[in-house]
Design a protein around this ligand. Sequence first.
Ligand SMILES: Cc1cc2nc3c(=O)[nH]c(=O)nc-3n(C[C@H](O)[C@H](O)[C@H](O)COP(=O)(O)OP(=O)(O)OC[C@H]3O[C@@H](n4cnc5c(N)ncnc54)[C@H](O)[C@@H]3O)c2cc1C
Length: 435
Amino acid sequence: MRDTDVLVIGGGPAGSTAAALLARRGHRVAVIEKARHPRFHIGESLLPANLPLFERLGVADEVRAIGMQKWGAEFVSSWDGRQQEFRFSEAWDKSMPFAYQVRRSEFDQILIRNAARAGAEVFEGTRVCAVDLGDGASPVQVQVQREDGGSESWRARFLVDASGRDTFLANRLQCKRRNRRHNSAAIFGHFGGAQRNAGEREGHITIYWFDHGWFWFIPLSDGATSVGAVVWPYYLKSRTRPVNDFLLDTIALCPPLAERLSAARLLGEAEATGNYSYRCTRSYGDNFLLLGDAYAFIDPVFSSGVMLAMKSAFAGCDAIEACLRAPSRARAALREFDRLTRHGPKQFSWFIYRVTTPTMREMFMRPRNTLRMKEALLSLLAGDIYGSTPIWRSLRAFKLVYGLLSMLHPRRSARARRLRRLNIRPAASGPMPAG
Ligand SMILES: Cc1cc2nc3c(=O)[nH]c(=O)nc-3n(C[C@H](O)[C@H](O)[C@H](O)COP(=O)(O)OP(=O)(O)OC[C@H]3O[C@@H](n4cnc5c(N)ncnc54)[C@H](O)[C@@H]3O)c2cc1C
């Protein structure tokens, strides 16, 4: 039986961030990661709000060395080719003008090595396979299995589940709920020879709307470009050809993107992933908490996943500190962690549910800064939603204008609502809708 203060399941951005912070505060920390870094992971576009977190973690220089600077985002309509650029420098707080696009294998490796440098014990190629949380007062018991077939038992005062979309603990606690208001799937790959923007716009992420969802175009610093389609489940279900061909067929449905990829070739195999929007009914217990995707996963259209995962790790460490060293403050600290963990997915979700509607497309294509609405929207897109930037009144105005515009076009809005209801239903439950 091995012993530690905090056992972390998973060495992705959430787990590695939590492990580094806790080890630095003097706790004994063990990170159990089933893969070996560097390993592939999707999710390459970061937000400006990530940068202060890198500084606090002490990895800012390493991330800068591997990252492609991302100064903004472009939204393109595949129906008429219209496009709109958003620059983070125009956000409410002008001090966070850029972010990075990163290859996740390199980025995640930086974070887990940083955790080891900070003093955490890191075990790769080792999978957590069973957990007994006990009664909350006794230590957590954890069974792990190594690649070589060997197994070990661990005892920990506190358990952190950062197992990503595997949702290790939520599956066992049966507290994971499919998001009934959203449902999508994704197909993606890396391309060589894609047409890049010039100058500072080279690192922009481009989002292309098309009939079955939207595409991302993410330029990486080594010349490769990550291209993926987030589509309604019925569309992925309609696949009859191999994944590589299906991705290329799908790209052909979006002429402005197809043009940028006309001289490009797929590097390696494309991948597809199924329905993936969920949230857990709880984010903590007396001796455990859920971080990042292990708690919730929202649609990646605003590139928020890594930022939310790291932010939940920072908040989680304060709560764990209280649980282990100041039990009288534990309950309040866990509640504060819960509040912060719910805040991010909630703020992005309002926009995610509407981003493919004609009204929202119109507002993105012709952004107005009346009542500082555009600056507030850009701050949200930058991930600046936790601090003191006073964006909330302007975001409420934005939502009000959205409502008024929807009412001005009742038939279009009713049709969009109907179509969306059809689009988000689980793939098995009916034929593909038109349009
Ligand atoms: C199609 C798609 C596109 C995306 N695009 C973006 C984007 O552009 N920008 C962005 O910010 N986010 C994006 N995301 C989301 C982003 O990938 C995640 O939000 C982010 O990786 C969450 O970090 P995490 O640490 O919570 O989980 P993960 O990064 O998934 O890390 C979890 C780790 O736990 C390990 N693990 C799992 N189970 C066990 C176990 N039983 N024992 C031991 N180890 C285990 C895994 O091997 C993994 O290393 C995207 C996601 C998808 C699906």
